[in-house]
Design a protein around this ligand. Structure first.
Ligand SMILES: Cc1cc2nc3c(=O)[nH]c(=O)nc-3n(C[C@H](O)[C@H](O)[C@H](O)COP(=O)(O)OP(=O)(O)OC[C@H]3O[C@@H](n4cnc5c(N)ncnc54)[C@H](O)[C@@H]3O)c2cc1C
Length: 450
């Protein structure tokens, strides 16, 4: 008897759990599937309803479909991981299981949960088998030549690509009994197929155009375990077009997961580069509220922040300049912005969010150091040349003509009720560089003292 316990990989396709379960028995269908949504735990991790509600619905739809397919499913919603693990332990014991097969999750609390359960299952001669699934290659299997974890994306990507070339990863076969898919998975499959067939060919030229929905929009589905990198590579290969740039974005996601696995301090809200905590980050609540509400006085930043608040979405390019504005222009602590994004985004994923925030704040991965700043006026002019994005979200400026929308005059601001800039970008950029330098010098001094 084996049990499958699915936590994030709540999907039928490309799921290694089914194959593992049937290896042990002569049965086609698994003996029993356990599902334990943990809404309170998700909230404690900082996720908001835009992330949690569809996730919970996904569990219900999955259970319903499995039952219709004749699979025995037990769905048990509990507040926290600890209760979920205790319940799985009791079910495994009561059902006389030999193995519990579960999708591996990499977070710190998730690791603790699995260690807790594994120990107790082992004491009863029950194995806990974790499938590597959220990323293509297990984080500990892809290391530098010196056996160290990668901290630079390009080097990681090259190693990842090399590994893929020598051992391409194909999606796991669909189980014969899976004759229908749960509605969220069916929709995810269609969304990926449509994007790959219609828009992928324009991706590399149009991906930074914040006015166009040319990117895939798949991230909420990926973050909630409905789609995998293997499926993306397989779908792109069928098109026989150059999909390198898009596939490299998927590898960014895998990279951040690997970083989080090797440097679990990030789950304790520490920067990847510890010395950057010597930067005297501000926690000014008035500045922070102005940023959250889209009232910074920089139209393109405010458009992005208002879009986030009202829809839970924001294009990647806008995430880059809006996050950089918080740290490099307002000098606010990156953790404030990180938490706001996590609570608002419909594709919220702790690891992808943290990795990108730390990249933008110059506290995380990447060789390019703290002089990376984004000029919010130039970002607007370059990526929203006609001002359409600003006009959509900062409606009080909608009547301003042409490029002037990115930098309204004091008179235009006063007439439309739009705020003056909170800071002067050039001054703020000079100041943050000085603060970083000061932190670095302080750190070097401390090291010399040691
Ligand atoms: C400050 C900041 C916060 C972010 N927070 C999140 C988050 O919470 N969840 C999240 O999934 N992505 C996050 N991203 C990454 C990226 O913005 C989104 O993945 C992307 O906008 C999703 O759009 P898409 O699905 O159309 O992606 P596409 O451009 O079609 O890319 C395909 C997939 O690759 C992955 N991907 C793409 N870019 C990145 C990236 N830079 N880092 C990691 N994975 C990537 C996503 O899973 C995405 O769905 C963040 C980026 C920034 C700058």
């Amino acid at each position: 008897m084996n049990l499958i316990w699915l936590r994030t990989s709540v999907r039928l396709l490309d799921n290694p759990a089914w194959g593992l379960a049937t290896l042990e028995t002569s049965l086609d269908t698994p003996h029993c599937v356990l599902l334990t949504p943990t809404p309170e735990q998700y909230r404690t991790h900082g996720y908001g309803p835009r992330k949690i509600d569809p996730w919970l619905a996904q569990f219900n739809a999955f259970a319903e479909t499995l039952r219709a397919l004749g699979v025995n499913v037990e769905l048990h919603s509990v507040p926290t991981y600890r209760e979920a693990a205790a319940w799985v332990l009791s079910r495994a014991t009561a059902l006389g299981a030999r193995t519990v097969i579960a999708d591996r999750e990499y977070g710190l609390n998730e690791r603790r949960r699995d260690a807790w359960l594994g120990k107790r299952l082992n004491a009863q001669n029950i194995a806990l088998t974790l499938t590597n699934d959220r990323v293509t290659f297990a984080p500990e299997s892809l290391l530098t030549g010196q056996g160290q974890p990668f901290k630079v994306y390009t080097a990681y990507k090259n190693a990842w690509r090399k590994q893929w070339s020598s051992a391409p990863q194909y999606p796991y076969p669909r189980p014969t009994w899976a004759t229908q898919l749960p509605a969220p998975e069916e929709e995810a499959q269609s969304a990926m197929a449509d994007f790959v067939a219609q828009d992928l060919k324009h991706y590399s030229t149009a991906r930074n155009d914040i006015t166009q929905p040319v990117v895939s929009g798949l991230s909420p589905l990926i973050a909630n375990g409905l789609l995998t990198t293997r499926q993306a590579f397989a779908a792109a290969a069928e098109q026989r077009i150059d999909a390198e740039q898009w596939l490299n974005e998927w590898i960014w996601r895998e990279f951040f997961h690997a970083v989080a696995w090797h440097f679990p301090e990030i789950y304790r809200h520490r920067p990847l580069q510890p010395w950057t905590d010597l930067v005297p980050w501000s926690d000014d609540q008035a500045l922070f509220s102005a940023w959250c509400e889209g009232r910074t006085g920089y139209p393109v930043v405010d458009a992005a922040m208002r879009q986030l608040k009202s829809t839970g979405q924001m294009p990647n390019r806008a995430r880059m300049f809006a996050s950089a504005f918080l740290t490099k222009d307002l000098h606010l602590d990156w953790r404030l912005g990180e938490a706001w994004f996590l609570a608002q985004l419909n594709d919220a994923d702790f690891v992808a969010n943290n990795g990108n925030w730390q990249w933008g704040a110059s506290t995380g991965v990447d060789a390019a150091p703290y002089f990376r700043v984004f000029n919010p006026l130039r970002q607007g002019e370059k990526f929203d040349p006609n001002g359409d994005y600003v006009r959509t979200w900062v409606t009080e400026l909608a009547d301003l003509p042409g490029k002037s929308i990115h930098n309204p005059s004091p008179l235009e601001r006063a007439a439309s009720g739009y705020p003056d800039p909170l800071v002067i970008h050039a001054d703020a950029a000079t100041r943050i560089k000085a603060l970083f330098k000061q932190a670095k010098d302080l750190n070097n001094g401390q090291q010399n003292d040691d």
